[in-house]
Design a protein around this ligand. Structure first.
Ligand SMILES: [Zn+2]
Ligand SMILES: [Zn+2]
Length: 824
């Protein structure tokens, strides 16, 4: 009787069984070494896309493989559920962000279940649930008490389209990371997390994450941007006080001829003399209207204004006019730049525009620069000139010495500076976690007392798209009594950046039912750190940096003694179709629902795992999908056709096998070894799947007349095939495992082990003689060449003592048999 492969029936059947038996539920008390496998949780945008299918299939292979290997696996799933799109959808559809979000979650959860992913659904988290975000409010208050959360007025990145602030990490080439609009600068009261307090540790630990891709570590190191330099005081001329500068080019100090301040510099107005006041104010006003991204661009026309004041070069005594310049920003260093036009291109352009003096202090070796004819700044290293006692030194050597001199004279000190800025977490939007503070005219910022938590996001806001943050218009929410003075006050209406929620969700998965705090320490310390994390490279300096920071903060707040959240990181490639990343706007999207409906989830999974290694981009191919489907059909038919012929055969007895049977056994065990190594060490899923395909072909080619004699080997072949494929295509293998007569589910079956003796009989044993006497034996691959075999003989530890101190005169090799080393 022909049994047809109908994915829909099989998949629904096994999904129902898995749900009913909760066989993927994780417990801290289960046997086996713990293994925490996590994929970055999705934003509930509406439907899953092929990128999700790929990401979660990769994770599921590892989770299922580790379970079969006997690990105690935690594999949770949840929703990064706050954020802008929900609010925009609510405005568009005249609905509510909460209903939009929860409907999407229901739909997407169903989609994920249809993929047969082995999640512990009892640990599901949605960050917009008050049960989740209330703990984040508590953490915020604890951070506030430690000075790690603070409010300040500052210039912030403002996305005019999203109508909210963006963190520096969320500005990409001057544009909003979400909507690509050009980002403007705006002055606002903002809440910040003091991530800069952790800059040093975040940087140092990048050297202790060998399980991370180097390029992600490099991006983080560059983002944190530590530089060693000098803080130099330039005394004001004719009055007390000084301008402080941070530089990493103190070797050019003797060439500093003027000073450039950011127009936002706190001393800008103080240094402006009355005669210059009008020009300076007009200039500041103009620069404020220029977007920050433009101000840092190379093609910016360098503009400035003289303040009327001068300062003194601390080593030359030269008087340096103080300018305000449009290209100097306050957020790096001190907001003041010692201008060295000969050795800095921006200063060079500025000096040419305003006719300021040039002094060469570094010469390229064997050349002589003339300031009058220079067409660009010389920024490389060279030989010091016009630099007093440092003339003739290499500029890189002078750096340290000039820093020493400044320290000795008391007008400077060596410093470490970071490019990293504090993380602005205020968002002027409704659909987020309310920042738990109250603003009182008398008492200032008053944290909400812990006993009054949670601050619940009120449901009854109106979403019109006008009038700014809808939360600010909810009277019941905003009007409160000040907890300190008892007088009327206003509740903070900024909500937290959604990246705050994703900074600790992996900790909450360890104990999602914990009711007395954010984290149950014992359980968190059992599961953490995440052994394998999987997600996109686009999070390299966003989520992956914030999550590292937050883990350290949680540690320092006493929640969990873990330094780093993710031991190993895999950044999967994109899904490409017709040469471009799949996206709605390009119209090249493949809908996973349609794919699963036509071929089944196993085919969707197999294709996305087989078409490319996880970290590479995956090129979509309809033929590839067809091919995966055909392979599953072939495997299905093979098991059902062969089973009646072999019956319930026992373990293979090597002595009773035919040559063909012995060859098949070797292929089986070599395949087990190959797939195990591919999964264990390097996630080479595509080559693992190819190996199983070859095994299937070997079985398909088996001579029918040999079947009965080799029944036990054929059973071994079928069972191994099914077990090896189980992590990739869990439904069809579960069904076939059952057909092969096993009552227990394949997800609990042990991973097959290979017998090295069976797998290794393609190796060659070669006898080694020294001067005709047997001294050792070496095993080499059968394919090894003569020189390899001779080398192995010379290197053998049993042979070495017999040739030590002697000259090897000749090595004779009798193919396949022996090596005779003639020495003396
Ligand atoms: Zn935007
Ligand atoms: Zn008050």
């Amino acid at each position: 009787m022909e049994v047809k492969y109908v994915p829909k029936i099989i998949e629904e059947k096994w999904q129902a069984i898995w749900a009913a038996t909760k066989c993927f539920g994780a417990s801290e008390n289960a046997a086996g070494e713990k293994y925490y496998l996590l994929e970055m949780f999705p934003y509930p945008s509406g439907r899953i896309h092929m990128g999700h299918v790929r990401n979660y299939s990769i994770g599921d292979v590892i989770a299922r493989f580790k379970r079969m290997k006997g690990f105690n696996v935690l594999h949770p799933m949840g929703w990064d559920a706050f954020g802008m799109p929900a609010e925009n959808a609510a405005i568009q559809n005249k609905s509510h962000p909460a209903s939009w979000t929860y409907e999407n979650i229901d739909y997407m959860r169903n989609q994920l279940k249809k993929m047969g992913l082995s999640y512990d659904w009892d640990r599901e988290i949605a960050t917009c649930d008050v049960e989740y975000y209330k703990w984040e409010q508590l953490i915020f208050l604890q951070m506030y008490r430690k000075g790690l959360a603070y409010k300040k007025n500052s210039f912030v990145n403002w996305c005019p389209k999203c109508e909210t602030v963006l963190a520096n990490e969320q500005v990409e080439e001057g544009c909003c990371w979400r909507c690509d609009s050009e980002v403007a600068l705006k002055e606002l009261d903002q809440w910040f997390f003091r991530i800069t307090d952790y800059a040093e540790e975040l940087l140092d630990y990048t050297d202790r994450l060998p399980g991370w891709p180097e390029r992600v570590l490099v991006m983080q190191r560059n983002w944190i941007g530590r530089s060693f330099g000098c803080e130099i005081d330039f005394p004001l001329e004719g009055r007390p006080g000084s301008v402080k500068v941070f530089t990493t080019r103190q070797d050019t100090l003797y060439g500093a001829t003027f000073m450039s301040l950011a127009p936002e510099h706190p001393m800008a107005l103080e240094l402006t003399l009355p005669g210059q006041k009008e020009a300076v104010l007009a200039f500041i006003d103009k620069v404020k209207k220029t977007e920050k991204a433009k101000r840092t661009s190379e093609d910016l026309e360098k503009e400035g204004v003289f303040t009327g004041s001068c300062c003194l070069n601390p080593v030359t005594g030269r008087s340096m006019p103080v300018y305000l310049a449009n290209f100097v920003l306050t957020d790096y260093g001190t907001g003041a730049v010692m201008a060295v036009p000969t050795h800095d291109q921006r200063d060079f352009e500025f000096a040419r525009t305003y006719d300021l003096p040039l002094q060469v202090v570094i010469q390229p070796e064997g050349e002589s620069l003339d300031p009058a004819t220079m067409e660009a700044a010389f920024t490389a290293e060279g030989i010091m000139v016009n630099s007093g006692p440092f003339d003739g030194l290499k500029s890189c050597e002078a750096k340290e010495k000039i820093a020493d001199l400044l320290e000795k004279n008391g007008n400077g000190k060596k410093t470490v500076n970071f490019r990293l800025r504090d993380w602005g977490i205020s968002r002027q939007r409704y659909w987020g976690n309310p920042i738990p503070v109250i603003n009182c005219d008398r008492c200032g910022v008053v944290p909400v007392p812990e006993k009054d938590l949670p601050v619940i996001l009120p449901r009854d806001a109106r979403f019109t798209g006008e009038g700014g943050n809808p939360l600010a218009l909810v009277d019941d929410f905003v009007s409160v009594t000040c907890p300190e003075c008892g007088k009327p006050a206003r509740r903070e209406t900024d909500t937290m950046d959604t990246f705050v929620q994703s900074s600790w969700y992996f900790l909450r998965y360890c104990c999602p039912d914990f009711t007395t705090g954010p984290i149950d320490r014992a359980r968190a310390e059992y599961w953490m750190p995440v052994d394998q994390y999987i997600g996109g490279i686009e999070h390299a300096v966003l989520h992956l940096l914030y999550a590292r920071f937050f883990t350290k903060v949680m540690r320092d707040l006493g929640y969990c003694a873990i330094d780093e959240p993710f031991t190993n990181l895999l950044t999967q490639g994109m899904v490409i179709k017709d040469g471009a990343k799949m996206s709605k706007s390009k119209g090249n999207v493949v809908d996973p629902d349609a794919l699963i409906k036509k071929y089944g989830a196993d085919t969707a999974r197999l294709f996305s795992l087989f078409a490319a290694p996880p970290e590479k981009d995956l090129d979509w191919s309809d033929q590839g999908v067809e091919g995966s489907y055909r392979f599953l059909n072939r495997g299905w038919k093979l098991v059902h056709d062969t089973l009646p012929l072999i019956g319930n055969a026992g373990r293979p007895d090597a002595g009773a096998l035919t040559d063909e049977g012995r060859t098949l056994r070797r292929v089986i065990h070599k395949t087990i070894r190959k797939v195990t190594e591919d999964l264990d060490e390097r996630f080479h899923f595509n080559t693992a799947i190819s190996a199983v395909m070859e095994l299937v072909n070997t079985v398909l080619a088996f001579e029918p007349k040999n079947v009965t004699a080799n029944a036990p080997v054929l059973r071994e072949a079928l069972e191994s095939t099914v077990l090896l494929l189980a992590p990739f295509v869990p439904h069809v293998t579960a069904e076939l495992w059952h057909a092969l007569g096993h009552d227990e589910g394949i997800e609990c079956a042990g991973w097959p082990t290979f017998d090295p003796a069976v797998a290794a009989d393609e190796e060659l044993l070669v006898v080694v003689q020294v001067n005709g006497k047997l001294r050792g034996k070496v095993t080499v691959p059968a394919a090894a060449g003569e020189s390899e075999i001779k080398e192995a003989a010379l290197a053998d530890s049993r042979v070495r003592p017999y040739i030590e101190g002697q000259t090897v005169r000749k090595i004779i090799y009798v193919p396949g048999k022996l090596v005779n080393i003639v020495a003396g």
